[in-house]
Design a protein around this ligand. Structure first.
Ligand SMILES: NC(=O)c1ccc[n+]([C@@H]2O[C@H](COP(=O)([O-])OP(=O)(O)OC[C@H]3O[C@@H](n4cnc5c(N)ncnc54)[C@H](O)[C@@H]3O)[C@@H](O)[C@H]2O)c1
Length: 262
């Protein structure tokens, strides 16, 4: 696929008021696509090929309406990017189950159901057309773990499982699926998080993640690793799970001794 082939295509992105979502939108705009973006509040747009919508991805009616309204403007969605995400810390009591039920439920609604609702709406049309591309923004925390945020880790694992299920179920229907699993990226999510800002594996720009997705689309590969080192960590985890847990536990105590803000 050459980069010209996005001209006239319709790309829809959730959680795209800023950060990684907006970088996806900007990249596809620069490649000639029509782009629909949504967030909790309608994002600023100001271009003919870019339209903004309000959509809480944790609410199925909102997600359906976003896709209906976007398709009324630009026609059927070719690529949907389920990017909206939230993260909550475990809380101050040193308990992996310490985050509130509200934090767990919001994480499940946004990080998992946001993708499920969109897929439920899009798959029937894509099956009829014999093509479609669904991109789920999970995280390195979906392959590994996010120290200090069990709700984020569990829901990012869950949505990666959903991405795999979609890829398996719909390959024969011509639907491609990508799971984006970045480590730390410079956005509002990592602002003031010293472990992320000073991470030895680097803090990428949102545009680097967009470029990684483009490469994976070109190769039609499932896993999008903007930080290739995450693939090495994932392999090492699969080869020796106990060593992985011990290593992460050591890192956990090092960070708490240093009183690092996670
Ligand atoms: N920044 C990182 O280091 C990093 C690493 C791995 C994965 N991610 C993932 O990347 C995605 C984008 O995050 P980001 O880093 O750009 O952070 P961000 O906070 O800039 O973007 C997240 C966006 O999601 C929106 N959002 C939150 N709840 C929503 C809801 N209910 N409905 C619709 N939109 C909602 C927010 O308003 C925000 O604009 C998330 O899924 C995040 O988990 C981020």
């Amino acid at each position: 696929m050459d980069t010209q082939s996005f001209s006239g295509q319709h790309i829809a992105v959730t959680g795209a008021a800023g950060g990684i979502g907006r970088a996806f939108a900007d990249m596809f705009l620069s490649l000639g696509a029509n782009v629909s973006i949504s967030d909790l509040k309608t994002p600023d747009c100001g271009l003919d090929r870019l339209k903004g919508f309000a959509c809480n991805v944790g609410n199925e009616a909102d997600v359906t309406k976003f896709i209906d309204d976007a398709e009324n403007v630009f026609g059927p969605v070719d690529i949907f990017i389920a990017n909206a995400g939230v993260g909550f810390g475990d809380g101050p009591d040193g308990n992996a189950a310490g985050a509130s039920n509200e934090a767990w439920e919001t994480s499940w609604a946004v990080n998992v159901m946001g993708s499920v609702y969109a897929a439920r709406r899009l798959v029937p049309g894509w099956k009829k057309r014999g093509e479609g591309r669904f991109v789920i923004v999970s995280s390195a925390a979906g392959l590994l773990n996010q120290i200090g945020s069990a709700s984020y880790s569990a829901t990012k694992h869950a949505v990666l499982g959903f991405a795999e299920a979609m890829a398996i179920e719909h390959k024969a229907d011509g639907i491609s699926v990508h799971a984006v699993c970045p480590q730390y990226v410079k956005t509002n999510m990592t602002k003031g998080m010293s472990f992320a800002e000073n991470n030895k594996d680097g803090l990428l720009e949102p545009s680097d993640v967009a470029q990684a997705l483009l490469k994976s689309i070109e190769k039609n590969e499932f896993l999008v690793l903007s930080h290739p080192v995450v693939g090495d960590y994932f392999k090492a985890k699969a080869m020796n799970y106990d060593q992985y847990i011990s290593g992460m536990a050591k890192l956990r105590s090092k960070l708490s001794q240093a009183d690092v803000k996670l």
